[in-house]
Design a protein around this ligand. Structure first.
Ligand SMILES: O=c1[nH]c(NC[C@H](O)[C@H](O)[C@H](O)CO)c([N+](=O)[O-])c(=O)[nH]1
Length: 154
């Protein structure tokens, strides 16, 4: 069987990270995790561009713009939508998810979904570098591998 698989080598890749100011106590840890994973896999931190937006609702438009620019091998989207007392959570989480789902297919650029959607702050903390790892690091590794697969296919 011919297997087409890619490495996790980030050397030479240029990646844009979109992060939110909302819940920055959590999201800043996701950004740190993404940068660390990128550098640990051979990436140059100068090849990372960080674009900050107010909240997760604003992420898809900026992520699409970055993907369409042609300047990046991938886009990583980092945020944290944490359920509150109202149903606002559902609308923000849903719009961010639906918005991001289409960008990769529309632009041909890998887009990582690193927006936490949690019921509690504790669950978010667990995914930002404690008991459940760092979803920012996981997100950038996913698009490093995907970008390398695409380089083989194109
Ligand atoms: O990123 C988030 N944005 C949130 N709201 C702001 C939203 O993303 C927009 O920035 C805002 O609605 C203005 O468009 C959140 N909550 O409201 O709970 C949240 O938990 N996380």
């Amino acid at each position: 069987m011919n297997r087409i698989e890619a490495t996790l080598i980030a050397t030479g890749l240029k990646i844009a990270i979109v992060n939110t100011r909302w819940n920055h106590f959590i999201v800043d840890r996701l950004v740190e995790g993404a940068e660390l994973a990128f550098v640990q896999h051979g990436g140059n931190t100068e090849d990372l561009d960080l674009v900050t937006v107010p909240g997760s609702f604003e992420v898809p438009l900026v992520a699409k713009t970055l993907a369409e620019s042609g300047r990046y091998d991938a886009v990583v989207c980092l945020g944290a939508v944490i359920r509150g007392a109202t149903s606002h959570y559902d609308f923000v989480a849903g719009s961010a998810t639906n918005g991001l789902a289409r960008i990769a297919l529309d632009t041909g650029v890998p887009v990582a979904f690193g927006i936490l959607t949690t019921e509690t702050i504790e669950q978010a903390v667990e995914r930002a570098g404690t008991k459940a790892g760092n979803k920012g690091g996981e997100a950038i590794l996913a698009v490093i591998e995907t970008a390398n697969v695409l380089k083989q296919l194109r």
